[in-house]
Design a protein around this ligand. Structure first.
Ligand code: GLU
Length: 538
């Protein structure tokens, strides 16, 4: 979409027309509110990532908690792309985020690709809105134009540093700096008209103590004297995160802002912006950090390489490709279940939650304040649990993606193999080591296992087993298992002496599911051939 350079336009707007522009937006906003008054009470939450690369599991957990909260309240889950920082923009990231949410079965109800009534859903397409509102704040005295150059500010910063102090643009020094608070309206306009670079800064209140409510943290007190006059609108005509985020949350009728703890320091500014605009703020909930498995520090995007497990949901094919949980053989149900319990405490012993169960049980008040350790072993356990309990007919198509040769295998047979082996899988790719012998006869045997079965009589016993297997009558009322067992006991042969060579011949190892179940799938002919091959290796 074509970008509108609002800055250029504004140079030619008089202060009066800027005001008109903003009041038009206010009028629109009122109409907008009236139009949607029927939906006033509907819960609306948003996930607002910046498209700076693949979505990290921390972001995915934030999306999940928003999704759960929305669905529990019959509300809407919105995806808004916060792409105003052009320098950090990474092509493909938005697409990745949407695909990742889809893979996890938590798609947004409104998004850039599935817009609702509150679009556009990409901030880069909302520049005009921010421009008008930023100037409105200046008009009413809550914000001001500042013309200080980077060099000037840098020099002040250095000067303060040499005195052991930190430079902060705030109530202490704003009267001495180059800004609209210290200039006549005419000279401000003249500088803007002549194309001088400016930013718009928020005039943070002096001597005020804010007591804010957070749904997870309770009351959060902030002394406004610790705040700086944050830039709301940059010299490139783009809003900063703070301005755009607050305007959009209001215009998109967001009722609850559920986001990571790293945004808690911005809460005071955001609430002050709501106040300056005369808007009711939404409820806020700041989620605890996700910590490294060691518990030391935040799990970062770079940890994936270092710790040997993925930190992204699906594979990232960007400049520096990275494997995702999907590519590493994890099921989205397991990942979502695991992430749901990272920070949220259901208050019971229950660990396995489907998305529907989690939606019912979730509550913001049972989200912990403290960081949650990312325990990869626990995630592996969840994956194993989900692989084990999946319907074979559901798991088979997933396995086929990793093992295309399975497409040539009859469906009902494959489902039987899956049913027999699925509890042995931790990852999708374990299927070959757990079930490969169903598709390819063993061509060698472990030395230790061979030694274990090798006795003087093993070879002749194999002949007898082959014979008895061949004589079994499929139409008989006894099962193959009963038939073989009867034969073993009536001939006084040890059970292990028969079952061990049989298992080794079929599986190539002394482990695996029930031998008779294996024979049922492979067929007696194949079983006899495998016995003969084992015999040749004794
Ligand atoms: N764009 C911010 C981010 O990347 C959104 C923070 C918020 O949810 O307010 O996380």
């Amino acid at each position: 979409m074509e970008k509108v350079d609002s800055r250029v336009k504004l140079q030619y707007l008089s202060v009066e027309s800027i005001d008109q522009n903003a009041s038009q937006i206010i009028a629109l906003d009122v109409i907008f509110a009236q139009n949607h008054s029927a939906m006033k009470d509907q819960v609306r939450v948003r996930f607002a990532p910046s498209p700076t690369g693949p979505l990290h599991v921390g972001g995915l957990r934030t999306a999940l908690f928003n999704y759960l909260f929305a669905k529990q309240h019959g509300g809407a889950f919105i995806l808004r792309i916060e792409d105003t920082d052009q320098k950090r923009y990474v092509a493909g990231a938005e697409d990745y985020i949407i695909k990742a949410l889809d893979w996890c079965h938590i798609p947004a109800d409104e998004s850039p690709t599935n817009p609702g009534a509150y679009g556009p859903y990409r901030q880069s397409e909302r520049q005009d809105i921010y421009t008008a509102w930023a100037h409105k704040l200046v008009q009413q005295g809550s914000a001001y134009y500042a013309f200080d150059s980077n060099e000037e500010l840098e020099a002040l910063r250095r000067e303060q540093e040499t005195n052991g102090q930190t430079f902060v643009y705030n109530f202490n020094n704003r009267a001495t700096l180059t800004n609209g608070l210290n200039m006549s309206e005419a000279s401000v306009q003249q500088r803007i008209n002549s194309g001088d670079a400016y930013v718009i800064r928020f005039k943070a209140p002096h001597n005020r103590l804010l007591k804010l409510q957070d749904q997870i943290r309770g009351t959060v007190s902030i002394d406004c004297n610790t705040l700086d006059d944050k830039i709301l609108y940059k010299s490139d005509g783009m809003p900063t995160y703070h301005l755009a985020n607050v305007i959009d949350d209001h215009l998109m009728k967001i009722t609850h802002v559920i986001r990571g703890e790293e945004w808690l320091p911005s809460l005071a500014l955001h609430v002050l912006l709501y106040e300056a605009f005369g808007w009711n703020p939404p409820e806020f909930a700041h989620l605890p950090l996700i910590l490294k498995p060691s518990g030391n520090g935040k799990l970062s995007k770079r940890d994936g390489d270092k710790l040997g497990f993925p930190v992204f949901p699906i594979d990232w094919e960007g400049e520096i490709p990275a494997k995702g949980f999907k590519g590493a053989g994890y099921l989205p149900e397991a990942l979502i279940n695991f992430l749901g319990l990272l920070g949220w405490n259901p208050g019971t012993e229950q660990e396995l939650f489907s998305l529907t169960e989690m939606t019912k049980a979730f509550s913001l008040s049972s989200v912990n304040k403290g960081g949650a350790r990312f325990d990869i072993e626990k995630l592996n356990w969840f994956n194993q649990q989900y692989l084990a309990k999946m319907a074979p007919s559901q798991l088979a198509p997933i396995l086929k993606k990793s093992f295309p040769f399975l497409n040539n295998f009859p469906e009902s047979q494959l489902n039987k193999v899956v049913a027999l082996t699925q509890e042995r899988l931790v990852f999708i790719d374990d299927f070959w080591s757990a079930a490969g012998y169903f598709f390819k006869a063993p061509n060698s045997f472990d030395e230790k296992a061979l030694k274990r079965i090798a006795r003087a009589e093993t070879s002749s016993l194999i002949d007898r087993i082959i014979a008895v297997l061949s004589t079994y009558d499929e139409s008989a009322s006894t099962t193959l298992q009963e038939y073989i067992k009867n034969w073993i006991s009536s001939n006084n042969i040890g059970f292990g002496a028969v079952m061990q060579p049989l298992r080794l011949a079929l599986v190539g190892d002394l482990k695996g599911p029930d031998v008779f179940d294996i024979i049922t799938i492979l067929g007696r002919k194949e079983a006899c051939q495998r016995m003969a091959f084992l015999q040749s290796k004794l």
